[in-house]
Ligand binder design. Sequence first.
Ligand SMILES: [Zn+2]
Ligand SMILES: [Zn+2]
Length: 361
Amino acid sequence: MRAAVLHEVGAPLSIESGLRGADLAPSQVRLRVDASGVCHSDLSVANGSTPMPLPMILGHEAVGTVIEVGRDVGKVRVGDRVITSFTPACGACWFCVRDMTNLCESIPTAERSVAVRAHTPSGDGLHAMAGLGAFADELIAEETMAVPVRSDRPAAQLALIGCGVATGVGAALNTARVAPGATVAVFGCGGVGQAIVQGARIAGAARIIAVDPVPLKRQTAHALGATESLDPSTGDVPARLVELTDGRGVDYAFEAAGVPQLILDSFNATRRGGAVVVVGMHPATATVTFPAAALFASERKILGCMYGSTQVRRDFPRLVSLADAGRLDLESLVSREIQLNEVNDAFRAMQAGEVIRSVIV
Ligand SMILES: [Zn+2]
Ligand SMILES: [Zn+2]
């Protein structure tokens, strides 16, 4: 098999062939990867802001076809088209039985991140990001992380459901439960932010204000449902948002850039009793400080948002249905289809603000 491997923080990924996939455990499946999105979280591992054991095959947002199943696997079959999830959703733990499968405790994140899922020709083990390692032509996943979907949509579109779209649409529909008629601000309009804009639109928000310094991202947000946009390089965004809402602040502010200061900006842009939704993946050591009296007296809510509170077996098919009905635009999120060996350029394009998503096909 081929894969894009991170050997050293800050170094380009190396494209390696002749790798040998690990043997399947009884609970695992092997997929042929049909498409894999390049997400900001991959970059966070590559640049060290999210430390991970190395060497590691990056990638965690994929669609594939099941080519082999372990002996205990019962929910998926060879030939199934599946979208990958990076939560195992065992279905049996305290969290899973209470509809919080995104917080499933059956396989701790740390354990998944150190999983060795392939070997080099000389026998060195390669870890797999999020227990997936989707920048490859094959990957191994726990059965519970491979969610079957029935869809003829292009692979590049379906792949995005596995991380960015589930996270963003889920943040609006599941975590925040945006109310019809609401005013929403979205800080950061990359792949996740564009999906939040769409989730807010699907929920019936009246005003959706996209905040991003990159013109392409503001324009895309308008095409996907934003009613207004702000360029943070031209002024004080929280003050502008308060001004735009008759001095009240927005009902919901979503932080989707993974910048700690923007959590505070979101707080300052939100009305009394409103909600700040922390969607971005922040550096592991970052902290944020809130004014204690305002937190108490203004009754604003701070909502953590892990994977859009997504229940993958319920929500992946729901997202496919919304796309098929023309209510969720996946096509506009795919800026470029690339080959595996172009992944480093995809990181560059991401940082340059040239793309919403590059997808390896
Ligand atoms: Zn991601
Ligand atoms: Zn569980």
